[in-house]
Design a protein around this ligand. Structure first.
Ligand code: HEM
Length: 502
């Protein structure tokens, strides 16, 4: 009897395993049946395993899976049983991001669970924050932070044992203070006060915690499972911090009639305008919670991206002193000819500096991938994409394609002259995404990076030291690309940081 029951259990177990095996075999034939090339999936996990076990940075993991199919311009992939399409053909990217936007308007990403109507509604209302007029008003606030940055670099480089300066740490503080002042209307002073709470919060959000990883894994198995670990819960103290901050700021301004040229002010104005005429079905009220959520997204989006890109540019300039001298000379010349102030207009005139930032974004794309979820069957190039299939545009693969960018590893700002741009596909360079969901703060981000780079090259010269890496190693635990060992550089003071150009 016992023998039979053991055999019964064994048979049931084998049958269950066989059923799981056959289920995944069928699931993993999805791309083969459609003639789409794909890396070989491993049982159950699909192609997910190497990406999520903390061994590889997320974006880099996807790129590595795509590279064997580089010539094709696209490939399939499996996140557990969920098929997804990776795309790096510029024409297919154009179709997904722009031409067929109606079928790809959503990201299907956990942080952004709003429906398209509310997203569009908010986006349309928030876009005016980033017009050139608004940015011009914000620039003096940012320039003050730039001065603090210079002072912090002087302090760090003159510290007794400082052979090199951790430039990315200082730039992260710069980005924190800029977002603090332009988005929240508060002075974080993290460049001066190293223990600032803002800094602690941003680090907490940007590090991939075990709970965040668990949520990603659950999401990958099934989107509904991901909701068992709500994002708000994972970052609950961060969420409370932001909510409290925005509530207090709004209250303080209302009570004291304070007006400031920043994002919170714009949200308050929006809240007070036109609400009566708005269609209640399509409109979301700007409650403190909605305002906090928006400010929070800005905070997450605007730190590492900025600090790592500028650090990367500086490290490449440190390695190419001829180029560094040319960019620094341009900064000083423009300032010399136009009254010495880093203004919106003078920064615009620094053409080589601007192209240097763009080249930094090519070789160091802070996001590197653009995600869309298909909501109606659509033919993209040669592939019929089904409803529910995520499409990931791998900007990193385009940016390192030698057909689009010859000698792709070489840092060369001349790739971004008007003539060079005219010769390649307009969707071959996508650091900010494209189409109706392009990065809402592209202009702010570019301005902020140019300002930091111009300030630093005006005041300092940079050289490589023992910490320089020709191939930057990525931190496998960070979701977005982050250098594993930071960016360390030797610094030489060119002129007094408060200083006018020589
Ligand atoms: C170097 C800096 C930055 C880079 C490379 C960057 C890149 C991107 C990319 C690739 C996207 C996705 C675009 C798409 O899906 O088509 C995005 C979206 C977004 N970014 Fe940025 N970003 C940067 C800085 C910022 C900053 C400073 C902020 C805010 C102050 C910001 C706010 C946003 C927001 C709110 C979205 C979502 C837009 C939407 O869904 O409508 N970004 N960004």
């Amino acid at each position: 009897m016992e023998w039979w029951s053991a055999a019964g259990w064994l048979t049931t177990g084998v049958a269950a395993l066989a059923a799981v095996f056959l289920y995944y075999e069928y699931k993993f034939s999805y791309w083969r049946r459609r003639g789409v090339p794909h890396p070989r999936p491993v049982p159950v996990l699909g192609n997910f395993e190497p990406l999520q076990l903390g061994r590889k940075n997320f974006a880099q993991g996807l790129v590595d899976q795509a590279l064997p199919f580089r010539e094709r311009g696209f490939c399939g992939l499996y996140q557990f049983g969920q098929p997804m399409l990776l795309v790096w053909d510029p024409e297919m990217a154009k179709q997904v991001l722009c031409k067929d936007f109606a079928a790809f308007h959503d990201r299907g990403v956990p942080v952004d669970e709003r429906d398209p109507l509310t997203w569009r509604n908010l986006r349309n209302r928030l876009s005016p924050t980033f017009t050139s007029g608004k940015l011009k008003l914000m620039l003096p606030l940012m320039r003050d932070v730039g001065q603090e940055l210079s002072a912090a670099v002087v302090a760090a480089s003159s510290a007794a044992d400082a052979e090199e300066v951790e430039i990315d740490t200082l730039l992260f503080r710069y980005a924190t203070d800029v977002i603090g002042t332009v988005a929240f209307g508060i002075q974080c002073n993290s460049l001066r006060d190293q223990g600032d709470q803002f800094l602690a919060m941003s680090r907490q959000v940007l590090n991939q915690s075990p709970a965040q990883l668990a949520r990603l894994v659950l999401e990958a198995i099934h989107p509904r499972l991901g909701r068992l670990l709500p994002y708000k819960w994972i970052v609950s103290n961060v969420h409370d911090f932001f909510l409290g901050l925005v509530r207090d700021t709004v209250k303080h301004r209302e009570e004291n009639k304070v007006v400031r040229n920043d994002f919170v002010q714009l949200l308050m104005q929006l809240r007070d305008q036109e609400l009566a005429q708005a269609d209640p079905d399509k409109h979301i009220a700007l409650t403190p919670g909605v305002m906090a959520a928006q400010s929070f997204i800005f905070f997450v989006a605007g730190l590492d991206n900025i600090s790592n890109t500028v650090s990367f540019c500086l490290s490449r300039l440190a390695a190419d002193t001829g180029l560094q001298d040319r960019v620094a000379a341009e900064v000083r010349d423009v300032l010399h000819q136009h009254g010495g102030e880093l203004s919106y207009e003078t920064l615009k005139k620094m053409d080589l500096l601007n192209r240097t930032v763009l080249e930094g974004l090519r070789l160091w794309s802070p996001i590197g991938l653009i995600i869309r979820q298909c909501n109606a069957p659509t033919q993209v190039g040669g592939v019929l994409v089904d409803k529910g299939v995520p499409v990931v545009i791998l900007a990193d693969v385009m940016h390192s394609d030698e057909n689009l960018f010859p000698e792709p590893k070489r840092f060369d700002p001349d790739r971004h002259t008007a003539e060079a741009r005219a010769q390649r596909h307009p969707y071959a360079f996508l650091p900010f995404g494209e189409g109706p969901r392009v990065c809402i703060a592209e202009r702010l981000a570019l301005l902020e990076m140019r300002l930091a780079l111009a300030t630093l090259l005006r005041d300092f010269a940079f050289a490589v030291g023992p910490g320089y890496e020709d191939e930057v190693q990525l931190d496998p635990k960070a979701f977005f690309p982050r250098p594993k060992n930071g960016f360390k550089l030797r610094v030489l003071v060119r002129c007094a940081p408060s200083g006018s150009p020589d």
